[in-house]
Design a protein around this ligand. Structure first.
Ligand code: MG
Length: 332
């Protein structure tokens, strides 16, 4: 570890993983934490439990705001464990001078998104700090969900699974960058910020045999696939051309020098499902407005151990690594 914490330590990629393992996992080590799932599975596998803090800047952006994000973020981590989001807490740290009207707008977004999930806020905390002690508002949400299907785990993926993405990727990272830099874009670029429980529910209702799910937030699709390769001790072989990326997102990637697979998402998830259910899962996802880009993107092989291989449209092969460095801070 470096002597001081850098912005890169919050990137969802390599430095972030190092901070978590060297500081937090080392101190808090236990069997539940060691599973490194999107939400902890507790109470004999019946409940999912997760927390997330939101520091996004700017607070309002195309496709969402910090309130919508704060509910989607925690509820999506519960949904990724096959759980129905139920009870959330909401803690806010507000900077002195923050406009009440903006706060009400944020809370309205939270209420609307809670309804999509069928969840309620059952507790919370409010702190107000002197001007300059925090930038406008930070929100933490913690949630409990009821597990609808037991056994979903990022540690159980095998060669019998096919890997799917629910939509085109990179919209959240690109939309935040555009909003932050004040770039005028005559385009329809919006964050993908969305509650994923309805999609998960549809897959579970159709009895899709799901092995694992993970939302591709910070660190993007690259981070998720690398985490899975390590956790399940597999090689993931990705077909680059199967992953849909909008032209506007590609343009932003070129400006930033990032790959779309490293951009953050807030309504995009990766699923590993049993081979025989893969096509049916894609068809179900495609019935959702935002999921027209749902596709099978990767196979699980034993070509390498704990690696992600990207097969490009040009017929070349390379490793797709966990992103590193200062990606975009305060993306969520
Ligand atoms: Mg997650």
């Amino acid at each position: 570890m470096t002597k001081t914490i850098t912005l890169a330590h919050g990137n969802g990629g390599q430095e972030n993983n190092l901070l978590i393992s060297e500081v937090f996992y080392k101190a808090f080590k236990n069997d539940i934490l060691d599973k490194s799932e999107d939400a902890a599975i507790i109470h004999n596998g019946e409940l999912a439990f997760s927390t997330d803090s939101f520091t996004v800047s700017p607070l309002f952006f195309a496709g969402g705001d910090i309130g919508k994000l704060a509910v989607c973020g925690t509820c999506n981590d519960l949904a990724m464990m096959g759980a129905a989001p139920k009870y959330l807490t909401c803690s806010v740290i507000i900077e002195e001078g923050f406009e009440t009207r903006e706060l009400e707008k944020i809370v309205r977004s939270m209420k609307k998104e809670l309804e999509v999930n069928g969840a309620v806020i059952v507790g919370g905390d409010t702190k107000v700090v002197p001007k300059g002690s925090v930038d406008k508002i930070f929100i933490n949400t913690t949630g409990i969900g009821e597990v609808l299907k037991k056994g979903i785990s990022s540690n159980s993926i095998t060669k019998d699974d096919i890997i799917i993405v629910n939509r085109d990727i990179g919209c959240h990272g690109a939309a935040i960058f555009v909003a932050r830099e004040g770039i005028e874009m005559s385009s329809s670029l919006r964050s993908d910020c969305e509650s994923l429980f309805p999609q998960v529910k549809a897959l579970l209702d159709a009895n899709i045999d799901i092995t694992a799910m993970r939302d591709a937030t910070r660190g993007g699709v690259s981070a998720v696939l690398n985490e899975w390769a390590k956790q399940s001790n597999i090689c993931v072989e990705v077909e680059e051309e199967k992953i849909q990326v909008r032209d506007e997102v590609r343009g932003i990637c070129e400006m930033l020098g990032f790959e779309a697979t490293a951009l953050a998402n807030e309504g995009t998830f990766i699923l590993a499902v049993k081979k025989e259910d893969a096509l049916r899962a894609v068809e179900i996802l495609k019935t959702f407005e935002s999921c027209k880009g749902a596709a099978i993107i990767a196979n699980v092989t034993d070509a390498y151990t704990k690696k992600v291989v990207l097969n490009s449209s040009w017929g070349t092969k390379r490793f797709l690594d966990t992103p590193s460095g200062e990606l975009l801070p305060r993306i969520c």
